[in-house]
Design a protein around this ligand. Structure first.
Ligand SMILES: [Ca+2]
Ligand SMILES: [Ca+2]
Ligand SMILES: [Ca+2]
Length: 274
């Protein structure tokens, strides 16, 4: 930086010296040379200002590290929530290249991303109550799934179905959205709270307190039927599902264990270390 400034100063001096020496000779030719020198000086000063601005910007980023929470992954893409701009946004990167990108810039908070294929969904506070929004990575376009004035949280996605927990009726229910039909539909509106949905193929599962304690329930998108997975009177929380297996955390033994249920054999089991 200092060297470049010195260079600009030297060129400026050269111009003044030439102006003095050639004052009475070849005035037109010298004026042309002087103009060219002046243009060089302007170009150097402009470059200096650009490098100076870029340098200070990079310094600010280094001085304020951001937090990255709640990752989700599909294929080569990892998504997370990121507060690098002083509020929570949805960011991601390609695992193979490390190239990062940001899909929301709204100053309110965007949180809890989930991803399937080219579609990223999250909960979004831009309208003053948490809503569910989506982003199509293939066309770089954002779209709302629900802007209901009550709260919607915890989205999950499988193929073209998005599910979430929804407070529009004064208690938590599970709602869904069919992306290919642009259609919202209720999955359960049972009284008391249904929360933390997960989805695989045509099965949606969640934690459900309709029996006065928290249980695990499920719903088949193909038959439209709801079914209990466990109604044990102790608490069962936070289900996850892959193929025919549902797993959750279970307090039936007085501490939190992991239990599971096999949909193909209708059997419950405890996940134990062998
Ligand atoms: Ca934001
Ligand atoms: Ca809302
Ligand atoms: Ca409910």
């Amino acid at each position: 930086m200092g060297t470049l400034l010195a260079l600009a100063f030297i060129i400026l001096l050269e111009v003044e010296v030439e102006r003095f020496i050639h004052l009475d000779y070849h005035i037109e030719l010298d004026n042309m040379k002087l103009n060219m020198r002046m243009q060089r000086i302007v170009a150097i000063v402009l470059l200096l200002s650009i490098f100076s601005t870029k340098g200070s910007h990079e310094l600010q980023v280094e001085e304020r590290p951001s937090n990255r929470l709640n990752p989700a992954i599909y294929d080569d893409i990892i998504m997370w929530e990121d507060n690098r701009n002083g509020n929570w946004d949805i960011c991601g990167c390609y695992l193979s290249t490390g190239e990062e990108f940001q899909i929301t810039t709204n100053r309110e908070n965007q949180l809890l991303p989930a991803i399937y294929g080219n579609i990223v969904v999250w909960m979004d506070n831009k309208n003053g109550s948490l809503d569910i929004y989506g982003f199509d990575l293939s066309i770089e376009e954002e779209f709302p799934l629900t802007k209901n004035p009550n709260e919607q949280r915890s989205p999950a996605i499988y193929e073209d179905i998005v599910v979430w927990q929804d407070d529009r009726d004064g208690n938590w229910d599970i709602y869904g959205y069919n992306l290919s039909e642009s259609r919202e539909f209720p999955i359960t509106t049972s009284e008391s709270d249904q929360k933390y949905p997960a989805i695989y193929d045509n099965i949606v599962v969640w934690q459900d307190s309709r029996n006065g304690n928290v249980d695990i329930y499920g719903y088949s998108l193909s038959t439209g039927e709801e079914f209990p997975i466990t109604t044990n009177r102790n608490p069962q929380h936070s289900p996850a599902i892959y193929e025919n297996i549902i797993v959750w955390q279970d307090n039936r033994n007085g501490n939190w264990d992991i239990y599971g249920y096999d949909l193909s054999t209708s059997t419950e089991f405890q996940v134990l270390m062998l």
